[in-house]
Design a protein around this ligand. Structure first.
Ligand SMILES: Cc1ncc(COP(=O)(O)O)c(C=O)c1O
Length: 451
């Protein structure tokens, strides 16, 4: 790829289409190893920014690399999005009892591939109670191994090889990997600060005859934007008009703060959405049980059946005891959601205040686990170098947002190269200690940098 192809405009869509020539250079690392585009593993790695062009090897994901660096440097980890406290004790006990006393629960053998009936019924009942969405648990609900498998199966089901898949960027990393595995091209439409609202006109402008699928994520990781009813209505209208499917990732739907501009609106509540859209949820985020990996896909029977066609040959099924315990949590959360959201919102406020005091420009996250902060008021070293300095010299780990964009948006002036994601789903003491380190050590770390 020529250098001119690397320089993308600072606004407008970018794409992960693999170049035609056999060797390509990553924006930051000159290529030494030929890239074989016929191999699916290289497509997945390039699509998710985990291909090391210098060695020709796959690196762990940005989340795992950040956690490893945090451990190496004894840094406080505000990088990876997992909580440092457990989910509800009674759900842990329900899962444990289901394992050790198989007579009381679903047992420890293969559950039905589409999910335990008890969980599918609980998901349908929950969606009906909360949002008024009517779902047939036997045909319109599919349990998956985390939202990750739901995303993989949906993209593989709906994105035909050679087509284009649109998403707002920054985006969750698996979207890029799976779109590449599907043989499709991920096209990113930037979300711009300071409030990171989706630009629906830009989305429409990015639609071509080759567009097969739009990947939405609301509430959004990493910006915390909750898409408004009007934004979702326009996107559904676009998708129907252009005969494009929608996958809407709603894993943070139970983590919306009371000062969000609008409450969260699931895609399937938008009139006409059921014709084109599937929705994805995750117990991991809702109940602070990220290691359990229980997710789901909901939507019209025909679309869910198409996703099942892929899903049943990925994992086939996932652990029955976890599914059983999640079913009880969905039936009655015993006040956990409200308590959890209040704790997260207080964590967000602590983090916001600390980042602002340190001279960064944090955004107002309406939901989820993360704040993104613009570093340009402090430095022009870019997000990757800033995060390296932060973990090594300041003792705080965070994620460079450019790693969550389509092929590392290459223009160093671009806003998306100057944003850093900090997680606030951590103990308040951890956030406070991290903000103390920022206050005490960041100015010196920036001063010591060679001009
Ligand atoms: C936007 C988004 N989608 C999906 C996932 C994966 O969810 P799960 O752990 O249920 O596979 C995550 C996890 O961080 C996420 O942030």
């Amino acid at each position: 790829m020529s250098s001119s192809q690397h320089s993308r405009p600072s606004s407008g869509p970018s794409s992960n289409l693999p170049p035609d020539d056999a060797t390509v250079a990553a924006p930051s690392a000159p290529s030494r190893v030929p890239l074989d585009h016929r191999q699916l593993w290289t497509k997945a790695a390039v699509g998710a920014n985990t291909y090391d062009f210098a060695s020709g090897r796959v690196t762990p994901t940005i989340y795992e690399r950040t956690t490893a660096a945090a451990l190496r440097h004894e840094a406080l980890n505000l990088g990876q999005g997992f909580t440092d406290h457990e989910g509800p004790q009674w759900m842990l006990e329900t899962a444990a009892a289901a394992i050790t006393d198989p007579q009381q629960g679903p047992g420890n053998q293969y559950p039905p591939g589409p999910g335990l009936p008890a969980l599918r019924e609980a998901i349908a009942a929950d969606q009906q109670r909360r949002w008024g969405i009517e779902l047939d648990p036997t045909s319109e609900v599919l349990v998956t191994t985390g939202a990750t498998e739901a995303i993989t199966a949906s993209i593989l089901a709906f994105a035909a090889p050679g087509t284009q898949v649109l998403t707002f960027e920054p985006h969750y990393d698996s979207y890029g990997a799976v779109t590449a595995i599907a043989g499709a091209e991920l096209v990113g439409v930037p979300l711009r600060g300071p409030d990171f609202r989706p630009d629906i006109d830009a989305l429409e402008a990015a639609i071509t005859e080759r567009t097969s699928l739009i990947l939405l994520n609301t509430p959004h990781n990493p910006t915390g934007t909750v898409f408004s009813t009007e934004e979702l209505r326009r996107i559904v209208e676009l998708a129907r008009r252009h005969d494009v499917k929608i996958m809407c990732d709603g894993v943070y739907e139970q983590l919306v703060f009371d000062d969000a501009a609008e409450p969260h609106r699931p895609i399937l509540t938008i009139p006409g959405a059921d014709e084109v859209a599937v929705a994805i949820g995750s117990a991991g985020k809702s109940f602070s049980l990220t290691g359990w990996k229980v997710g789901w896909v909901t939507g019209r029977a025909e679309l869910v059946n198409q996703v099942l066609g892929i899903k049943q040959f990925l994992s086939f099924c996932s652990g029955p005891a976890y599914q059983w315990a999640v079913a009880t949590g969905l039936a009655d959360d015993r006040g956990f959601y409200a308590e959890n959201v209040a704790g997260l919102q207080a964590g967000r406020d602590l983090l916001y205040a600390g980042l602002e005091a340190a001279g960064l420009r944090p955004n107002h996250a309406e939901a989820g686990y993360f704040i993104v902060a613009d570093i340009r008021g402090l430095t022009d070293i870019g997000d990757v170098e800033f995060c390296r300095m932060l973990v090594e010299e300041v003792g705080v780990a965070a994620i460079p947002v450019s790693s969550l964009t389509v092929q590392h948006r290459a223009n160093p002036q671009d806003e998306l190269q100057n944003l850093v994601r900090f997680a606030f789903c951590k103990r308040h003491e951890t956030i406070e200690a991290a903000m103390d380190r920022l206050a005490q050590r960041l100015p010196a770390a920036l001063d010591h940098r060679p001009a």
